[in-house]
Design a protein around this ligand. Structure first.
Ligand code: TRP
Ligand code: ZN
Length: 865
């Protein structure tokens, strides 16, 4: 750990190995809330039982509340003490009733953890450790409790009172208040507790489960937003049916409620029977939400619903096991989305996300295994590694087992661990037993960080009928893990004949488990081309000895859509890395491959749109020994211009094919829209005189946000006089819609223009900018920090801006501030002039007074060498 003056008082490192079962269990609890935005009273009645033979006192976590009283078995006591913020009560017997009363202030809660106010309503967020900000409790996921909740609140202001479980009773009082009681029959950890007091309206539906039970579904939003909830409600119904069909999992309460709130640290939360959502993952209509928004809404609604089994019925023993619920649930939501539209395009998108968010994490100072070994602040471990790499690890097991054995294994898991707090090891053991597989070495995926590298060398001597594939693997060193063991890498591969395009060796699943293995193929009578890691069967980096011509061949002939996409990406990447490194740019192979793809009428337009997009600047940078953001940008823009120019007629006809088509929301229409807007981008990149007019016409005449935002981005990246006009029109049209204003901010923060750093600094002073709302903060600061060239402007002003915002945000919302650190932590990837400036900003963050534990952990780890 660094020696820093401002380190928060004794930050304790929590170690996975230190796990001990809880000293006391709490089988039952009654909570009584007297709700008020400025001062809420919480009475908690806990039945506690001693767990095992020991003489340790009861220890209840707490944070930030005012303690009013403590009773044991109905008698006020004063032999309790506070240890830090924990309430410690000595108890003589093995079972007692503890009653506490506290006061909390939701309105002053800017961290958005615990009970807080958002847009006039009151709601909770307890994962991971927010419940302790509501009442004193053993706030750890292996304490499972049956909750009875009573809420009293002003009826005019908060006509709707919701909590977990089923509604039991409600009534009015004479003082203008009303009350409601909810009971949740399923024992649950405190992080799944939720309540909402609000003036909201429901969009309702009913779902009949496979065993014939009726469930009342409702999505609660402001009355004016009701019309924007049909898509989310429909997605919920689809998800409920899908989980029955694919995993045999049925919903278990009489009601399922979803509430949308504007101020939320994350996407959404799976509280039992009462999911609470960031409104951006609920609200959609064609005028305000893009196709990507629609997809994300369905994915997040499904994700939170799937948690009812993978998270709520079976929860985590401790927070090191977070991937048990998150990795599995992401895998489940990815599979669900794949089943709703193009599975190939979904896989491409998921791999792109993994490479954009997780690979850099695995390659940087914050690298950790999907089951971490230690943390200072658990909020910092809701990462792409735990979520997305965690999902890849589940996917690999599903691949290894095959569909039927995987289903038997998940059945066993759900059956055996229902109602308990489980571990990742429990899950893997069920995969082995139910799936009849040996996963001993595979378990390394849980303990080793870093993205494995595979080198695949295919040799074939002319005239010979045998080919040899040599596979070598290595796992890079990561912080705290200098040496690694070889892992199990399931690689789907196949050989094609370069001349005949025929299959020379049919697809097989190779389990690479040694550092080096050779595979010999017989009967290879023409030059073979290797298709490897088909479907991205393992989350690894593959290097091959394939030539540009081989890649071009695969981009035209591979029958695995992901591998076909990947061949094109590799060809583009090799071209761009060479261009950025040595200014050497031979665009011909890429232009030819893109031309072929655009001409192939058998392809789904949604696939074509993904395949013809160039790799991102960040991804190109990831493949250079030292990232030079300006040269990467220049190389990529040059290729874009070349593609735009050489294929001008193709882009025009791709554009015209879908231009003017009335809006519809279905996979085919979405795909045509996507290709049209990719084409618009290339037309603009070509420098065509009419590009700005074309974009502006689309901007003004379109009937949906996908087209409008695409046109706006095109204009915002350019220099035409239409740019300011479009931004102003957009702003005025949507000035009362915060989710669309977020797009207005992020479009400008992502602009490729030279003046983006200055524009972003000015936007931070805009009347509509606020750090208090996480979506808004991310829309400007978060978006800017992934705009590689702008963020890394040589002057360092981008670094200074982001650090200033992080320091300011930490005062309000440490969790959201800490999540903005990683881009600054990538300094090792840049030349010393930039790296020194990035380190200086991290150092300045560390020296800021009153630094949170969250931010301290991220900034200090980012500086460690
Ligand atoms: N469990 C939530 C999910 O993945 C994540 C989440 C919601 C969260 N709110 C949070 C994580 C606040 C940390 C802090 O579905
Ligand atoms: Zn989740």
């Amino acid at each position: 750990m660094l020696d820093v003056q401002n380190a928060p008082a004794q930050p304790t490192v929590i170690q996975r190995e230190d796990y001990r079962p809880p000293d006391w269990q709490v089988p039952d609890m009654a909570l009584d809330f007297d709700l008020d935005a400025t001062a809420t009273r919480v009475k908690a009645t806990l039945s506690v039982t001693r767990n095992g033979a020991h003489d340790r006192p009861l220890r209840l976590d707490g944070a930030g509340q005012k303690l009013l009283s403590v009773e044991v078995d109905g008698v006020a006591v004063n032999d309790w003490r506070l240890d830090g913020e924990a309430l410690v009560i000595p108890l003589s017997g093995d079972a007692h009733t503890i009653e506490t009363e506290v006061e909390i202030a939701p309105e002053r809660n800017t961290q958005l953890m615990g009970l807080y106010a958002s847009g006039g309503l009151l709601c909770t967020q307890c994962e991971a450790e927010g419940f302790r900000r509501i009442t004193y409790f053993p706030d750890r996921p292996d304490v499972l409790t049956r909750y009875k909740v009573r809420m009293t609140a002003d009826k005019a202001r908060y006509p709707i009172l919701l909590a977990n479980g089923d509604p039991i009773a409600e009534g009015d009082q004479e003082d203008g208040k009303h009350w409601a009681e909810w009971h949740d029959p399923f024992p649950k950890p405190s992080y799944l507790f939720a309540l909402v007091a609000a003036d909201l309206k429901p969009n309702r539906s009913t779902f009949t489960t496979m065993s014939g039970r009726e469930v009342a579904l409702a999505i609660w939003v402001r009355e004016r937003d009701l019309a924007k909830t049909d898509h989310a409600l429909h997605a919920l119904e689809l998800a409920m049916a899908w989980d029955e069909h694919v995993y045999g999992r049925e919903y278990d309460l009489d009601v399922f409620n979803i509430v949308a709130v504007d101020d939320f640290n994350f996407g959404a939360m799976e509280n039992k029977g009462l999911n609470i959502f960031n409104s951006r993952y609920i609200l959609a209509d064609p005028d305000t939400a893009t196709d990507l928004d629609y997809d994300a809404i369905a994915a997040v609604v499904a994700h939170e619903y799937f948690h009812n089994w993978s998270g709520d019925r079976i929860t985590c023993r401790d927070w090191f096991q977070l991937s048990l619920k998150e990795g599995f649930t992401v895998f489940r939501d990815q599979s669900f989305s794949a089943d709703q539209g193009s599975a190939a395009v979904k896989r491409i998108e998921d791999v792109r996300t993994l490479r954009a968010a997780q690979f850099p994490e695995d390659a940087g100072p914050l690298a950790h295994p999907i089951r971490p070994d230690s943390y200072l602040e658990i909020s910092n471990f809701y990462t792409a590694t735990v979520y997305n790499k965690g999902a890849e690890v589940i996917r690999m097991m599903a691949t290894i087992l095959g569909r039927d054995r995987f289903r038997r294994a998940t059945d066993l898991y759900f059956d055996r661990f229902d109602g308990t707090a489980a571990t990742c090891e429990d899950f893997v053991a069920c995969m082995e037993e139910g799936g009849e597989a040996d996963l001993a070495q595979f378990r390394l995926w849980y303990s080793q960080a870093g993205t494995p590298r595979v080198t695949a060398t295919l040799t074939h001597e002319e005239g010979s009928d045998r080919a040899t594939l040599t596979l070598e693997q290595s796992v890079p060193a990561t912080p705290g893990q200098p040496t690694k063991q070889p892992m199990v890498l399931p690689l789907r591969l196949k050989l094609f004949g370069r001349d005949s395009a025929a299959t020379l060796a049919p697809e097989r699943l190779v389990m690479l488990s040694d550092p080096r293995e050779e595979i010999v193929f017989e009967g290879i009578d023409e030059r073979p081309v290797l298709s490897i890691n088909r479907g991205f069967s393992a989350p690894v980096i593959v290097e091959t000895n394939r030539t540009p011509a081989d890649l071009a061949f695969l981009s035209a002939h591979d029958d695995d859509p992901f591998a076909r996409y990947e061949a094109m990406q590799q060809l583009m990447l090799d071209t761009l890395v060479a261009a950025a490194a040595h200014g050497r740019a031979d665009h011909a192979a890429v232009v030819g491959a893109v031309r072929n793809t655009l001409a192939d009428g058998s392809l789904d337009p949604a696939f074509v749109a993904e395949a013809v997009l160039l790799p991102s600047e960040a991804f190109i940078g990831d493949h250079m020994p030292v990232v030079d953001p300006d040269r990467v940008f220049a190389a990529r823009e040059a290729l874009r211009r070349e593609l735009g120019k050489s294929l001008a007629p193709e882009w025009r006809s791709a554009y015209d094919a879908a231009a003017g088509e009335p809006y519809a929301y279905n996979p085919a229409a979405k795909g045509r829209r996507r290709l049209k807007n990719v084409a618009l981008g290339y037309i603009a990149a070509s420098g065509a005189d009419d590009a700005a007019d074309l974009a502006f016409r689309q901007f003004e005449t379109c009937d949906n946000m996908t087209d409008r935002q695409a046109a706006l981005s095109t204009l915002a990246n350019g220099t035409s006089d239409k740019r300011i006009a479009a931004l102003d029109i957009f702003y005025n049209r949507y000035s009362d819609n915060p989710l669309v204003l977020d797009k207005w901010f992020s479009t400008q923060a992502l602009s490729t223009r030279d003046d983006t750093p200055a524009e972003v600094e000015a936007l931070a002073k805009h009347a509509d900018f606020t750090l208090a709302n996480p979506n808004r903060a991310r829309s400007l600061v978060g978006a800017f920090s992934v705009n590689q060239r702008a963020f890394h402007e040589a002057s360092g002003r981008g670094y200074r801006f982001v650090a200033d915002q992080i320091i300011a945000l930490d005062k309000l919302n440490p969790q959201t501030a800490a999540r903005m650190v990683p881009p600054l932590g990538r300094w090792r990837r840049f030349a010393e002039d930039r790296a020194a400036k990035m380190r200086a900003e991290l150092q300045r963050i560390l020296e800021s007074p009153g630094l949170s534990k969250d931010l301290f952990e991220q900034a200090s780890k980012s500086l460690e060498s």
